[in-house]
Design a protein around this ligand. Structure first.
Ligand code: GDP
Ligand code: GDP
Length: 438
């Protein structure tokens, strides 16, 4: 297995594929490998951009079956088709000076059936004056075309940036601790002392009535607990204090904050436990801010709900809305850890939150949202996002390629649009804006 992402360059003959390949790989030689599928029609190259390695596949001439070619052309097509299917990213190269041809349409058809990201590189845009011609290629239905000049290098950096941004995050180094539990969802239970964290945790263990085992935690004195649930194993991070029966009472605010933040760093989701009888305090707010800043989605647990009367319940709902507004609309769970009431709803909420957090949105969907958002509310001063892609998950991180700087308020607007239309719930969403420089 080749660990590098594979980028396939496709397009009809003469659009400039080889020139683009040369531009990207420089003087590098094709990887000559005697294996089925690698023939003169398909060349693989080692390539690198922005510190990320990938394999560039030149599919050679794309000669659609409908062409007048015969047996050899069929073979080329089959190979191109396979290269397209196998690639992580596809670049369709088209010729700005010729416009859309029926052959381009045929290839585009095939590319639209792919699941991975596809870019349309409109080549031979040697000068800015030719840029207007790229819009015709929107009709290929593969997202916003990117103008390049393979010959002069114009726009190729932007294209590569956009491609590299779609690659998954690099694997951790070999010496990073990886064990079987690596895929296990990690949950931190945080909150001020006495809000009911231990009670809630013990309740969770009790409810599951399944295998519970200890695991060395991420810090020296931490102990994690893995609980097998119907959703698969869940690792509760740093549960040392919560499992011990007789707990030390010098569990100060400061100590618990430091400890909580360490746990959050090692977690996918944080349960922020609040004492409902006290309400949302400053410390709760501060803790929530720190968790949010760490990029960890928050589930708010309003514990000791049993002790509230109706008026207090309404008041608390209002407090969550106002004092924790910066979290977006976090899932809120009302529990009585003591009696177990409401605790069973935790697992489904966790499942949804994790799903949102780890979600990968197809590039086309991202661009659709951005395009519509811009159509509804264009940015001031002619600023425009030309292309957007989700570069990473955990939390969802989007890279926007813009023609110039975007005002903060506008970035916020786009963030909200992405969140709403891609149904990302309340997980933190990161936006990076990159300015084109040519
Ligand atoms: P391929 O058949 O798709 O691999 O196309 P080539 O890379 O062989 O290019 C076909 C022709 O287009 C060659 O004459 C190139 O010099 C020319 N060409 C490629 N890129 C550009 C470009 O950006 N601008 C201009 N003006 N010509 C280009
Ligand atoms: P921690 O310091 O956050 O781990 O809090 P504990 O779990 O030790 O709980 C502190 C106190 O609150 C204990 O006396 C618990 O019995 C009590 N407690 C916890 N959850 C609830 C609840 O849902 N309802 C009520 N009435 N008391 C609770």
């Amino acid at each position: 297995m080749n660990p590098n992402p594979v980028v396939a360059i496709v397009g009809r003959p003469n659009v400039g594929k080889s020139t683009l390949v040369n531009r990207i790989v420089g003087g590098r030689k094709a990887i000559v490998e005697e294996r089925p599928g690698v023939t003169r029609d398909r060349k693989d190259f080692d390539a690198e951009w922005a510190g990320r390695s990938f394999t560039l596949v030149d599919t050679g001439g794309w000669l659609p079956k409908a062409g007048e070619g015969g047996a050899l052309d069929d073979k080329v097509s089959a190979q191109s088709e396979r290269a397209i299917a196998d690639a992580d990213v596809a670049i369709l190269v088209v010729d700005a000076r010729v416009g859309v041809t029926s052959e381009d349409d045929l290839v585009a058809d095939l590319l639209r059936r792919r699941s991975g990201p596809t870019f349309v590189a409109v080549n031979k845009v040697d000068h800015e004056v030719h840029e207007a011609s790229i819009w015709e290629f929107l009709g290929l239905g593969l997202g916003e075309p990117m103008p390049i000049s393979a010959l002069h290098g114009r726009g190729s950096a932007d294209l590569l940036d956009a491609i590299v941004a779609t690659f998954p995050e690099p694997e951790p180094e070999d010496d990073a601790p990886i064990d079987e539990g690596d895929k296990t969802v990690a949950v931190a239970i945080v909150g001020r002392p006495n809000v009911g964290k231990s009670t809630l945790f013990n309740r969770l263990i009790g409810e599951e009535r399944s295998v519970v085992h200890d695991q060395a935690g991420t810090t020296r004195d931490a102990i994690d607990t893995v609980v097998d649930t119907e959703l698969g194993p869940i690792r509760f991070v740093d549960t040392a204090g919560m499992r011990r029966k007789a707990r030390i009472d010098q569990d100060t605010e400061y100590y618990s904050l430091v400890r909580a933040l360490k746990a959050v760093d090692a977690s996918d989701v944080a349960l922020l436990v609040v004492d409902s009888t006290v309400g949302i305090t400053n410390q709760d707010q501060r803790l929530a801010e720190r968790v949010d800043a760490a990029g960890c989605p928050v589930v708010v647990v309003l514990n000791k709900w049993d002790l509230l009367d109706t008026a207090a319940r309404e008041d608390l709902a209002y407090q969550v809305e106002t004092k924790l507004r910066f979290l977006g609309e976090p899932p809120v769970l009302r529990t009585s850890a003591l009696s177990g009431q409401g605790v069973h709803r935790l697992l489904p909420i966790l499942a949804t939150t994790i799903h949102d957090y780890r979600r990968r949105v197809p590039t086309r969907e991202v661009n659709l949202v951005i395009r519509r958002a811009q159509a509804q509310h264009p940015a001031p001063g002619g600023a425009r996002v030309l292309y957007a892609t989700q570069g990473a998950s955990d939390p969802p991180t989007f890279t926007l390629f813009a023609n110039r700087e975007l005002p903060r308020t506008y970035i916020r607007y786009l963030e909200n649009q992405l969140r709403d239309h891609l149904e990302l719930g309340s997980v933190p969403v990161k936006l990076r804006v990159r300015k084109r420089t040519d």
